[in-house]
Design a protein around this ligand. Sequence first.
Ligand code: 13P
Ligand code: SF4
Length: 326
Amino acid sequence: MNTGSLSPPFITPPPPPSRVNLFSEIERLKKERHAIILAHNYQLAEIQEVADYVGDSLGLSIEAAKTNAEVIAFCGVHFMGETAKIINPSKTVIIPDLEAGCSLADSCSAADLEAYLNKHRDKNYYVVSYINCSAAVKALSDVICTSGNAVKIVSHVPKDRNILFVPDQNLGAWVIEQTGRTMELWKGNCHVHIEFTRDSIERARKDHPDASIVAHPECSYAVRLLAHEVCSTEKMISYCKNSPSKAFVIVTEEGMLHRLRREIPDKTFIPGPTAHCACAECHFMKKNTLEKLYRALRDLKPEILLPEELRAAAEVPLRRMLEWSK
Ligand code: 13P
Ligand code: SF4
């Protein structure tokens, strides 16, 4: 007896469509499911190509809030899918890979934040949370912000309140510089953006003396000091379009270069080097592939599901952010 061979009912699943067919299959499933594909600027080029909207966390939240689609296929990391679900409880929100996490979001757990707030009740903190956090952290927050609106949001917070800013200390420090507002900062950071160092960016400046340096605010103070512009990924597009410079060193995750090169073909974009590599890559963002997106649309899973009480509590500070961003 050949114990190694499979006979029915062990049916081998059909092979996935070829790469070319994946594009048309995704288009077909999108129509069949009444789905919209939202993708972050750090996604693989091929995912950006099939998406209905590609943008930063702010743009993606706004798109998620206004879509009429029945299914949202969110190509980004887990907290981004959660954000779409928080705003759209009746819609099906799927993501290609449930394991696409975020080291920054992980640097502030809801349990640690709750314990900190309980220990410092006397401060009556106004909690401003960067959108890179879990739904449970959002539920403990007063307002959410993104890198695209953090300055505006913090400027809106009542002047008589102590602000606790979580979880990114680099973004928080940049907001303090921009607003002059005092804030206490949670000591979290993004493992991708702290890979850029003063030395690596000084090297890039020497190698490309005519290029403008454009950095994300999740970078360290030393790196931000060397940049000509510090902004969210979406603002990088308009900054590079409108700048008289012809070349730019882009100090953020390398996926950003795809959109820049596509939308501004007459300029040169160089990935910012890190201490050890020619560019920085977020392996969480890169967990999503075209094939996983195809399977997610086909099977309507993995799906983002949230307990209703938690979702409703997280919606309050998110809606406040959308209101204050207008
Ligand atoms: P943006 O909102 O600027 O795209 O940033 C999201 C992010 O995860 C940066 O690491
Ligand atoms: Fe999170 Fe950093 Fe990846 Fe952005 S780049 S998703 S902050 S781990």
